[in-house]
Design a protein around this ligand. Structure first.
Ligand code: FAD
Length: 392
């Protein structure tokens, strides 16, 4: 088995697959390893993405699109509903994906671009020489071996170890994580073109509950609550109550547990010979928890920076810092914006949220994302406007 590559990518999620594909297209000799026997399964995602951003990375394909959305609705704690449709926003909405098929399609693309893919292969450590990362220890079917490379990209998700192995602090406090649980529910009466978000302390403290359609009569219904606010109740208690109250007829056919980093970015995402992308770099959105698109964007930037570094023959932090600069000035800006909205959101009482939802007639929306809707809600309220001053 080959033991030397230009680039090893650890993790076959959206961040890793896009990094490997772009790097292979730029002429690098790339290995992508994935610890599971197949990518994308088990799914730990509500599977919602923006259409526009997605098409920068992959052609839309009906095999992995479950729902093509035309709008979204937010329900405040007293049930006031704010509805936005594609027509009203003048913008585009999103898809609900079938991630098992989507993640495989991404890895298929990267294999076709020339990257080698090894599944059921787990990184167990980093090979370091004088503090510089120069490969990984890998485990496949009980056998441990070394694989060397000029650069390693850690795209190993929420539970990432790669960063830690290189001495990068990726730790998360309870206040930095949303604890999520989700059911795939069938045999329910839903609008297959609308995403619904429910807010309020009785529904999802410092988080939200979502209903994302997965086609006719089927939806991902889940809840995410801030780790530091969960108190005596678990996320599943909130979800079960909602199911009893709103969809008592629903039949649960799958269940997902998972955490989402909502900390905002960590201090550094590169070291000598190493780049972190996606959830491993805590690049998911602090308010929505969405991380698919950010992981893909970061994967693409990481591949380009790695290709340049390899061309120069310089894999030091100084050169790889270009990745920090590029992602922080693009997706990093969005993450900063979300952090400010999140801080305001988690301080809001149910009364605030009800009042905001009721006052929406004066607000113009340009987007259907939860983050932008919340921002518009807060902007409509003078008391909360002060908290958002950093965004103007
Ligand atoms: P991942 O998709 O987590 O991929 C990491 C990969 O690395 C995995 O395949 C894993 O098996 C592999 N791996 C880990 N360790 C190793 C190792 N040592 N060796 C080899 N392989 C390894 N985001 C959205 O955009 N929209 C949503 O609607 C949404 N809903 C969510 C709902 C829930 C309940 C949860 C938990 C998350 C949700 N997210 C959502 C977040 C989204 O799933 C992640 O942000 C996204 O998958 C991050 O992609 P990634 O490539 O960074 O990591």
């Amino acid at each position: 088995m080959k033991e030397m590559y230009d680039l090893i990518v650890v993790g076959g999620g959206p961040g890793g697959a896009i990094a490997a594909k772009n790097a292979a297209e730029l002429g690098l000799d790339v290995l992508l390893i994935e610890k599971r026997q197949e990518v994308g399964d088990p799914v730990r995602c509500a599977e919602g993405v923006s259409k526009i951003c997605l098409s920068d990375h992959i052609e839309p394909d009906p095999r992995w699109i479950c729902a093509d959305l035309t709008g979204s609705r937010i329900y405040s704690p007293d049930g006031t509903m704010v509805e936005m449709s594609e027509e009203m926003s003048g913008g585009e909405v999103g898809y609900v994906l079938e991630r098992k098929v989507f993640d495989r399609a991404l890895v298929d693309q990267c294999a076709r671009a020339g990257a080698e893919v090894r599944v059921k292969t787990r990184a167990t450590g980093l090979i370091m020489e004088k503090g510089v990362v120069c490969g990984i220890y890998a485990m496949h079917l009980g056998e441990e071996y070394e694989i060397h490379s000029k650069i390693v990209i850690g795209a190993d998700g929420m539970e990432s170890k790669v960063g830690r192995w290189a001495g990068i602090d990726t730790s998360l406090k309870p206040a930095d994580m949303e604890t999520c649980v989700q059911y795939l529910v069938t045999d329910i009466d839903i609008d297959p073109q609308f995403c619904d978000f429910y807010l309020g302390n009785e529904i999802a403290p410092a988080g939200y509950l979502w209903v994302f359609p997965k086609g006719e009569n089927m939806a991902n219904i889940g809840v995410g609550i801030l780790g530091s606010k969960s108190g005596d109740h678990r996320a599943i208690d909130y979800l079960d109550k909602f199911m009893r109250d709103v969809y008592p007829e629903g039949r649960i056919i799958e269940m997902v547990y998972g955490g989402v980093p909502v900390s905002g970015p960590i201090e550094k995402t590169v070291s000598d010979g190493l780049i972190l992308v996606g959830d491993a770099a805590r690049q998911s959105d602090p308010i929505t928890g969405g991380g698919i698109i950010n992981a893909m964007e970061a994967g693409k930037i990481a591949a380009e920076v790695a290709a340049d570094a390899i061309k120069k023959g310089d894999y030091t932090t100084d050169t790889l810092n270009e990745y920090e600069t590029l992602w922080r000035s693009t997706i990093g800006k969005e993450i900063e914006y979300s952090l400010v909205v999140k801080e305001t959101f988690i301080k809001s009482t149910d009364k605030d949220l009800n009042h905001l939802a009721q006052s929406l007639s004066n607000v113009n929306f340009y987007s259907l994302s939860l983050k932008d809707l919340l921002y518009a809600l807060f902007k409509a309220n003078k008391k909360l406007l002060w908290d958002l001053r950093g965004l103007f």
